[in-house]
Design a protein around this ligand. Structure first.
Ligand SMILES: NC(=O)c1ccc[n+]([C@@H]2O[C@H](COP(=O)([O-])OP(=O)(O)OC[C@H]3O[C@@H](n4cnc5c(N)ncnc54)[C@H](OP(=O)(O)O)[C@@H]3O)[C@@H](O)[C@H]2O)c1
Length: 306
C-alpha cells in the first residue's frame, strides 16, 4: 500500500471510523484511515481479509452490527447495493443514530432507494463515488464524490478528507453515482477513440508506440482540447451552436469517411458507424448547419422506442 503515513498538521484528532467491506477498495480505504491515525474497526464477510489490518492495530468486529455500533461513522464499500442490504439488514437494531457513508458503485435510483432505506432505519446516510483506483486512495489528487444531506457531509468532512478530496454535489443522493457514470462514459469514449484509431493505423502496419506521439502527444491536447471545450460549455447550456467555422454536415462527411476507411482497412466498423448514425440523426433533426456540439441535443433525449 502506497498511502502516506503522516497526519495533516491542521486536522482535528482523527476520530473512530468503521469500514465494512474489505475487497481491494475497502482494504485501501481501511489502510488509509489506519495510516492517518483513525481508530479503526473493520468487518468483512471473509474475516481473514482483515488480518493485516488487525496486526497493525485495527479491531476486527465479529458482526457487521458490531462494526456499525463501534464508530460514529461507518464507511461501507461492498460489491453493490444488493450486498449493502444483505449485510446491513441484519444490523437494523443498531442503525438508528449511526452514520453510513456508502461507496459502492450503482445507479442513481439505487442510491436514492438506499438513502430512503437508511432514513427508514433512523441512520444518517451519504452516498459516494470513488474516482480513483485503490493505490491512489489518500494520495494527492484523489477525488471522492458525495451527495445527500449537506449537514452530514459538513459534519464528517474531516474523516472523508482522509480518503481524498471530498466533493459535495448536492442533496439528491443519486448525484454522486450519476456524476461517476458521466465521468466514466467520458473515460471509456476517449479510450475507445484511442484504441480504434490505433487499430485503424495498425491495419497498415503502424505500431501503437509509433502512433502514440502523434495521437496522444500532439493531436489529443491540440485538437481535442479540454480548454476549448471548457470555453464552449456555456454554449451547451444555452443551446447555441454557431456553424460558422464548421457544420454538422461537414462533420457527418468526415464520419462517413472514417466508417468507409475502417471497412476498407478491414477493422471494426461498429463504433464509427454508431458515431455516423448519431450525426445523421442530428442532421435529420435540423442541426445540419450548426456546429458539432449540437449533437448535445440528440444526447439529451432517449431514442424513440422501437
Ligand atoms: N476497485 C476499484 O478500482 C474501484 C474503484 C472505484 C469504485 N469501486 C467500487 O467499490 C466497491 C467495492 O469494490 P472492490 O474493488 O473492493 O471489490 P468488489 O468485488 O466489488 O467487492 C468486494 C467486497 O464485497 C463483499 N461482498 C461481495 N458479495 C458479498 C455478499 N454476498 N455478502 C457480503 N459481502 C459481499 C466482499 O466480501 P468478501 O471479501 O467476503 O468476498 C468484499 O468485501 C464496488 O462497488 C466497486 O464498483 C471499486
Amino acid at each position: 500500500m502506497t498511502s502516506q503515513t503522516s497526519t495533516p498538521q491542521h486536522s482535528k484528532p482523527a476520530g473512530p471510523v468503521s469500514v465494512i467491506g474489505l475487497g481491494p477498495m475497502g482494504l485501501a480505504l481501511a489502510e488509509t484511515l489506519l495510516d492517518r491515525g483513525h481508530s479503526l474497526t473493520v468487518w468483512n464477510r471473509t474475516p481473514t481479509r482483515a488480518d493485516d489490518l488487525v496486526a497493525r492495530g485495527a479491531r476486527r468486529a465479529p458482526t457487521a452490527a458490531d462494526a456499525v455500533a463501534a464508530s460514529p461513522v461507518t464507511v461501507v464499500c461492498l460489491k453493490d447495493y444488493a450486498t449493502l442490504y444483505d449485510v446491513l439488514d441484519p444490523a437494523a437494531a443498531v442503525l438508528a443514530d449511526s452514520f453510513l457513508v456508502n461507496l459502492n458503485s450503482g445507479t442513481p435510483d439505487e442510491a436514492r432507494t438506499a438513502a430512503d432505506w437508511a432514513a427508514g432505519h433512523g441512520a444518517g446516510y451519504l452516498d459516494g463515488a470513488i474516482m480513483v483506483p485503490p493505490p491512489l486512495v489518500g494520495e494527492p489528487g484523489a477525488v471522492f464524490l458525495y451527495s445527500g444531506a449537506r449537514d452530514a457531509f459538513d459534519r464528517h468532512r474531516d474523516a472523508l478528507a482522509t480518503l481524498g478530496d471530498p466533493r459535495y454535489l448536492g442533496t439528491d443522493p443519486g448525484l454522486a453515482v450519476l456524476h461517476n457514470a458521466a465521468l466514466l462514459t467520458m473515460m471509456y469514449a476517449t479510450m475507445n477513440g484511442w484504441l480504434h484509431a490505433t487499430a485503424l493505423v495498425g491495419s497498415a502496419g503502424v505500431t501503437a508506440t509509433g502512433f502514440a506521439e502523434l495521437a496522444l502527444g500532439w493531436f489529443m491536447p491540440a485538437v481535442v482540447d479540454p480548454a476549448s471545450l471548457l470555453a464552449q460549455a456555456p454554449d451547451l447550456d444555452r443551446s447555441h451552436y454557431p456553424g460558422d467555422l464548421g457544420t454538422m454536415e461537414m462533420n457527418l462527411n468526415a464520419l462517413e469517411h472514417i466508417a468507409h476507411t475502417s471497412a476498407e482497412q478491414g477493422v471494426h466498423t461498429e463504433q464509427p458507424l454508431l458515431m455516423r448514425d448519431i450525426a445523421r440523426r442530428a442532421v435529420a433533426e435540423g442541426h445540419g448547419e450548426q456546429n458539432y456540439l449540437a449533437l448535445f441535443e440528440v444526447f439529451k433525449k432517449a431514442l424513440p422506442a422501437v
